[in-house]
Every structure is written in structure tokens, then in C-alpha cells.
Design a protein around this ligand. Structure first.
Ligand SMILES: Nc1ncnc2c1ncn2[C@@H]1O[C@H](COP(=O)(O)OP(=O)(O)OP(=O)(O)O)[C@@H](O)[C@H]1O
Length: 343
């Protein structure tokens, strides 16, 4: 796997806002590789350092220490003219879309082509091609304020693609949109990734966004990376407290504390969680195995989520029966299904 973007021990410290104040370490010793053609999600609460990281990746600000390579070139040591050139290979989309209100939809995209140096004779055809790609061929002559938020972001994406970038940085690109429109924009970003092969770094505070399209995710807190991994793994086995909080916004937490105590009292028996992935017949296999061994069970709580197109199912069951029989039943299915006793 070749790294498209390689971020190595990067820190960014802002000087104190006023004399006697303290410096802000917005990014602390961050190292992460982004593979060519992948969608990397960066998630964190407000102030975690996500936007700063984006500004460092496109060299809008200098790093305080460490370095960043894009296609093997250290961009932190480039002269400003070379940096401008490098930046042409990076498209950006923003939370507030940042479209020019005085120009039509076509005008916004055309302007980006102009800046990218596309000869005038080719621009009209390219504008049409780009607007068709984002599904707005019929809105060319409208002004941005005549479009919905989702449509405006699609113009933003068309504009970002104008210079045929290899990388797209999306900074909270769906945060101003409702859930349905968010899905629409995310599907488009997925097409940008799959059909055009563009590497995407997706900054967000919405775990839903990560669950839908990110191949991998890094979780940031106070400037540092606290957790990183394949999206499915992070969702199904989060480690740090902040990651667990984020995951709980998508994957419904199992009952705990007083709720769990009440359920135990009501149902009796031993409590187990059953976790399974792609095989949607998994829970039936567990139930059959318990039946076979003569153990009784009740389903207490359950949910199935879709993480990056894969199923993640989790059930809580109360089981009554002989301990050996229960152990035999679970051993029979343990290969593909994770079963944990809830203490
Ligand atoms: N230009 C700046 N000068 C001084 N401090 C800054 C500057 N930009 C960001 N910071 C500080 O750096 C920290 C990280 O900010 P950053 O905007 O990168 O976080 P974020 O995760 O993107 O959050 P948000 O989503 O709210 O923008 C914050 O404490 C912020 O106040």
C-alpha cells in the first residue's frame, strides 16, 4: 500500500493570543498515512485540531515540527510558489460551501477552471462535464442561493474537481446538511473516490458520516490521535473513552447500570452479548445451538447496524440452563460469533 499522504510526527503550536497568555498546541505529534484511493475519516469534537490538520496538509500554514509528504514530496519544505502548485492537486470542500454568490453555478465552476489554467475554449465543455457528474446539469444558470444546501455542496464538489486533483479534503462538508441530504452528498463523495480514484480526507464530528463512507478512521482529541483503525474494527471494538462516546452515537449502547440491574432482576439467568458481522443468520445459529443443548433464553435487547456496508449485529440475551450445556452451545458457534458474558 503506497502512502499518498504521509504525516509524520506533525505538531502545530499557535503563539499566545496576548502577552502572558499560553500557547495553543492545536496538533500534537500526529502521524498517519493515507493510502492512495482511500477515504480516511478524521473525527473529533470541536477544538480537537481537525481543521488545523487540514490546513497543514495543504500547506496553508507551516508545521511547527514534523513533516508531511504528498506523493513522496515533503511539502513542508517547499517554496511558496511550489506550494501553490502542489495545492492545485488538492481539492477542498467546506461546511459553508464558500460559493461565489454573484456567479451562476456554471460560473462558479468555470472560475475554478480559470484559476486552474484550463484554456477558455475548453471551459464550457468541462463545466458541463463536471456539473453532469454531480447531477446538476440542469442548474447551470441558477445562482447558488436558488439551490438547496445539498445542491450547493454538489457545486462545491464540482468546483473542487475542476483542477483534477488527486486529493480531496472535506472539512465538515455535510455538517450544515440534514440527514437525507448528507446521504446524497456522501454517495457523491463515494463516487468521486471510486470512479475518479481520488483520495479523500474527511474531517467530521459526525460518526454517521464515518460509518457510511470512511475506509479507515482516526479519532483526535486535544490535538493528538487517540485511536486509529479500519472503520469496521473501530466501530465494533472501540478502545478509548472518546471513541466509545462517538461510536455510541451510531451503535446503540447496550443497557448498563440501573437498567441492566432491573433487567437482571426481571429475567434472571446469565446475561451474554452476542456480536456478529456479515452473516445475518448468526443469531439464529446461536439460538439453535442453545435449543439443541436444552438451554432456555430470552432476547433482551438487540440491534443491527450498517457499518461501511457491513452488518454489525449485537444482542443481549438472558440464558437459563446448565453451565456445561451453555458452554457447549457457545463453543459450537464461537468461530464466527463473539459471545461475552455480561458481569
Ligand atoms: N489561528 C489560530 N490561532 C490560535 N489558535 C488557534 C488557531 N486556529 C485554531 N486554534 C486553536 O487550536 C485548537 C484546535 O482548533 P481546530 O479548529 O483545529 O479544531 P477542530 O477540531 O477543527 O474544531 P472545530 O470543528 O471547532 O473547528 C483550538 O483550541 C483552537 O482554538
Amino acid at each position: 500500500m503506497t502512502a499518498h499522504i504521509s504525516i509524520r510526527e506533525v505538531s502545530k503550536t499557535y503563539p499566545p493570543a496576548k502577552r502572558g497568555g499560553s500557547a495553543v498546541e492545536a496538533v500534537r505529534s500526529v502521524s498517519v498515512d493515507v493510502a492512495k484511493g482511500e477515504i480516511l475519516g478524521v473525527v473529533g469534537y470541536s477544538g480537537a485540531g481537525k481543521s488545523t490538520l487540514v490546513r497543514l496538509i495543504n500547506a496553508l500554514e507551516p508545521v511547527s515540527s514534523g513533516y508531511i509528504e504528498i506523493d513522496g514530496v515533503d511539502i513542508t519544505s517547499l517554496k511558496s510558489r511550489q506550494q501553490r502548485e502542489m495545492r492545485r492537486g488538492i481539492g477542498m470542500i467546506f461546511q459553508r460551501f464558500n460559493l461565489l454568490r454573484s456567479r451562476t453555478v456554471a460560473g462558479n465552476v468555470s472560475y475554478a477552471l480559470e484559476v486552474a489554467g484550463t484554456p477558455k475554449a475548453q471551459r464550457a465543455a468541462r463545466v458541463k462535464e463536471l456539473l453532469d457528474f454531480v447531477g446538476l446539469g440542469d442548474k447551470a444558470d441558477n445562482h447558488p442561493e436558488q439551490l438547496s444546501g445539498g445542491q450547493q455542496q454538489r457545486v462545491g464538489i464540482a468546483r473542487a474537481l475542476a483542477a483534477e486533483p488527486g486529493i480531496l479534503l472535506a472539512d465538515e462538508a455535510t455538517s450544515a446538511l440534514d440527514p437525507e441530504t448528507t446521504d446524497e452528498v456522501l454517495s457523491l463523495l463515494q463516487r468521486v473516490n471510486r470512479e475518479l480514484g481520488i483520495t479523500i480526507v474527511l474531517i467530521t464530528h459526525e460518526m454517521e458520516v464515518i460509518a457510511k463512507i470512511a475506509d479507515r478512521v482516526v479519532v483526535m482529541e486535544r490535538g493528538g490521535i487517540v485511536e486509529a483503525g479500519e472503520t469496521y474494527d473501530v466501530f465494533t471494538n472501540p478502545q478509548s473513552p472518546v471513541t466509545k462516546r462517538f461510536v455510541a452515537t451510531v451503535v446503540r449502547a447496550l443497557p448498563s447500570g440501573d437498567d441492566l440491574a432491573r433487567l437482571r432482576e426481571a429475567h434472571g439467568g446469565r446475561f451474554f452479548t452476542i456480536e456478529f458481522s456479515d452473516d445475518s443468520a448468526s443469531e439464529a445459529r446461536v439460538f439453535r445451538a442453545l435449543n439443541r443443548e436444552g438451554a432456555e433464553f430470552q432476547l433482551i435487547h438487540g440491534g443491527i447496524d450498517d457499518i461501511r456496508g457491513r452488518i454489525y449485529g449485537r444482542l443481549l440475551i438472558a440464558v437459563h440452563g446448565d453451565d456445561d450445556a451453555i458452554a457447549r452451545a457457545f463453543a459450537a458457534v464461537a468461530k464466527t460469533i463473539r459471545i461475552t458474558e455480561v458481569e
